[in-house]
Design a protein around this ligand. Structure first.
Ligand code: ADQ
Length: 470
């Protein structure tokens, strides 16, 4: 059997506290199932040229971490990945800027990743590259002689060509994707957007009847692989966490009030400012709820070195302060706003305690919290999910209360509808969503991707020659 090699920008080593994120959840679950190697940046920056990767083996998974030079990391990660590609791919042109120095650093970190990964590769490896930080990695590996199956999965949305064209090297980005054998997206929309780019650059004839893409002598399979959650684990974690100290204390502190919960990395794409404003509309429009509902927003800090993230943090502190200042009473705070991480199980218990889960990103590749919320509920008395129709998860979770996250009034009305929803309707909506989550759980997601990658590989040795790269 081939070995699975996952590559991502950041690795989260077990027991080291790493920022939570959907990508880490997905990669780890794939590797724990199959064993294999996870290669990526270990979280340290240095002033010296990076040495050989550090290797750690835990529960059948080998973790190989590289260091990056501080300046290069800033330009590649805080700069190109998170101030060019992230805003552009999420359709936030206002947050995007471009400079060649950052683009060069992006290129050289990708080359470095390929150079450091190459000596660790074995002939029959299946290589699965994750996310927008590493789009050129496939090309570098090919140039260094890797000929076997190379897959790429994009965790975030892919922009339509009219948006992508804003990026000066958009053609290189599209060409880089053609070096993979399998390119995976979260939704049909993302796949169609990718085809729009391929058609623009290579002509409609590059897209074959079966959906494959043919460019030069390469054929790639582009497909939709919506990421899922580990439903059984989430259910068990949530049930067990209900008797934990943290969840019990939180529950007791509600004093019988209804609870609405939001859990998001602190990121402008998650629509938190708009959500706070929707909650304020809700309290204004339905004053009978004042003092009777608590909204808990958990938002761990992320990418704090990027200016837009400092700004969004300030805006949220102000918005929460405004609403609390205006509506709070001596024994009630309308918004509990927490910038911290929790163990995953505790988080699932908090989700299960909620009458309403609110997930209203302005744009999101998938959004695992929406799926975790559904999986964590008690099926006999489930909470209601309010979900942005601009999140990838809305394609599967059509039984949620779907909202446009920019329409604060409509979101306010949805909160009221969720709180008032009768039990039979809550059960019916929840059962429909749970069924979909079980069918396409996280194991099915990684299995489908790996199968596609296996099919893409022939019987020839996977590493043709070990080169040094340029
Ligand atoms: P993210 O933008 O990080 O992921 P999301 O899909 O919601 O967003 O995943 C976040 C994960 O981190 C969830 O599993 C959640 O439980 C966990 N988490 C969040 N806050 C936490 C906290 N305070 N403590 C502990 N854990 C916390 C990216 C894309 C998404 C895509 C995923 C997976 O942006 O669109 O769904 O990758 O592909």
């Amino acid at each position: 059997m081939s070995r699975l090699v996952c590559v991502s920008n950041r690795i989260s080593l077990p027991r080291k506290s790493a920022a939570p994120g959907g990508l880490a959840v997905g990669v780890l679950s794939a590797l724990k199932r199959t064993g294999g190697l996870w290669f990526g940046w270990g979280g340290e920056t240095t002033d010296e040229p990076p040495g050989d990767p550090d290797l750690h083996i835990r529960e059948g998974v080998t973790y190989a971490t590289v260091d990056l030079r501080k300046r290069e990391f800033d330009l590649y990660y805080n700069g190109y990945a998170n101030q060019v590609l992230w805003p552009l791919f999420h359709y936030f042109l206002r947050g995007m800027r471009y400079n060649v120095e950052e683009r060069d650093a992006y290129e050289s970190v990708n080359r470095l990743f390929a150079q450091k990964l190459l000596p660790l590769l074995q002939p029959r490896d299946l290589i699965w590259v994750h996310d927008y930080h590493l789009i050129p990695l496939g090309r570098h590996l090919r140039e260094m002689g890797v000929s076997g199956p190379l897959g790429f999965f994009l965790h975030i949305p892919f922009p339509n060509i009219e948006m992508l064209r804003v990026l000066p090297p958009y053609a290189e980005l599209l060409r880089d994707l053609t070096h993979y054998d399998v390119v995976g997206f979260q939704t049909e929309n993302d796949l169609k957007a990718f085809y729009s780019g391929i058609e623009h650059l290579f002509g409609a004839e590059a897209i074959r009847g079966d959906g494959r893409v043919r460019v030069g002598d390469r054929t790639l399979r582009a497909e939709v692989f919506p990421i899922g959650v580990d439903v059984v684990t989430v259910q068990n974690e949530a049930m067990e966490a209900m008797s934990s100290d943290v969840v019990r204390r939180m529950y007791d502190s509600l004093m019988g009030r209804q609870l609405m919960v939001g859990v998001d990395r602190l990121d402008y794409s998650k629509g938190l400012v708009e959500r706070f404003s929707a909650y304020q509309h809700f309290l204004e429009t339905y004053p009978e709820n004042v003092g009777r509902i608590t909204y808990m927003q958990i938002a761990p800090l992320s990418r704090s070195d990027v200016k837009a993230y400092v700004e969004i943090r300030q805006s949220l502190e102000q918005a929460a302060g405004r609403t609390n200042g205006r509506f709070a009473d001596t024994d009630w705070t309308p918004i509990r706003y927490l910038n911290r991480n929790f163990p995953h199980a505790t988080l699932m218990g908090l989700l299960r305690s909620a009458h309403v889960g609110i997930v209203t990103p302005l744009r999101d590749g998938m959004n695992l919290v929406a799926k975790e919320f559904v999986a964590a509920q008690n099926p006999d008395d489930p909470g209601v999910l309010i979900l942005s129709n601009l999140a990838g998860a809305a394609r599967e979770l059509g039984s949620a209360l779907l909202v446009n996250p920019y329409d604060s009034r409509a979101v306010g009305h949805a909160i009221q509808a969720a709180l008032a929803m009768p039990l039979p309707e809550r059960r019916e909506r929840h059962a429909a969503m749970l069924q979909i989550l079980k069918r396409n759980d996280i194991a099915a997601w990684s299995r489908r991707f790996i199968e596609a990658l296996e099919k893409a590989g022939g019987s020839e040795p996977r590493v043709r020659a070990v080169g040094k790269g340029s």
